[in-house]
Design a protein around this ligand. Structure first.
Ligand SMILES: Nc1ncnc2c1ncn2[C@@H]1O[C@H](COP(=O)(O)OP(=O)(O)OP(=O)(O)O)[C@@H](O)[C@H]1O
Ligand SMILES: NC(=O)c1ccc[n+]([C@@H]2O[C@H](COP(=O)(O)O)[C@@H](O)[C@H]2O)c1
Length: 171
């Protein structure tokens, strides 16, 4: 059985990683969809699809599960989004998400959806991590080690601090 789990992963953090740890115990193979793949260089979406591919590929290497990392761009039409996802991804039998819109779209398309508990959500939230990156707070212990390495490699903290100075969309 193959599972599918999509998120923006801006950045990939320990909450996502715990969810992946649970998913790989239920499936034979996993597809990790990188949502909003075309977005980068904003306060809400600082990292490119390629950078997120690196974060995730290196982090999931610890699991004994074949994992495909697939960037997926957004569409203006929610009504055809599941078809779009299917066209970009290896086929899958079950989708994992806690996002209400994602759950609704998959269920309407007849795809089984499984949810997970939210782990330590007071700190394991992308928005909270990005705020800490901008404010010079401590975020490194909240992500897998390879994510720290990738963010350092691409000088990601300087990037998010710089875009946050001019980004009018808010964090
Ligand atoms: N701490 C967590 N525990 C379990 N699942 C989580 C956790 N944080 C996020 N998720 C789930 O992972 C998926 C991808 O989430 P996403 O990439 O939007 O992260 P996020 O932490 O919610 O970030 P943001 O604050 O940027 O929206 C969603 O289904 C989301 O509900
Ligand atoms: N119409 C669309 O393009 C559409 C619909 C539903 C979800 N998505 C994407 O799926 C991802 C869901 O991830 P999150 O749970 O992290 O929000 C996001 O990147 C979101 O943009 C896109």
């Amino acid at each position: 059985m193959r599972g599918f789990y999509i998120g923006r992963f801006q950045p990939y953090h320990d909450g996502h990683h715990r969810m992946v740890a649970e998913i790989v115990s239920e499936v034979d193979e996993l597809v990790l969809g990188i949502g909003s793949a075309g977005h980068s260089h904003s306060t809400r979406d600082p990292f490119t699809a390629g950078e997120r591919v690196m974060m995730i590929t290196k982090s999931v290497a610890e699991f004994d599960c074949t994992t495909y990392v697939v960037p997926i761009e957004d569409l203006d039409r929610n009504s055809v989004w599941v078809s779009h996802v299917r066209s970009m991804s290896p086929s899958f039998d079950v989708a994992y998400s806690n996002n209400p819109l994602v759950i609704q779209l998959f269920e309407e398309a007849g795809v089984e959806v499984r949810q997970s508990p939210m782990f330590n959500r007071d700190v394991l939230e992308g928005t909270e991590l990005r705020d800490r990156m901008i404010d010079g707070g401590d975020w490194r212990h909240l992500v897998p080690d390879p994510v720290v390495e990738v963010i350092d490699e691409v000088d990601g903290i300087r990037r998010i601090q710089r875009v946050s100075e001019t980004d009018t969309n808010g964090p």
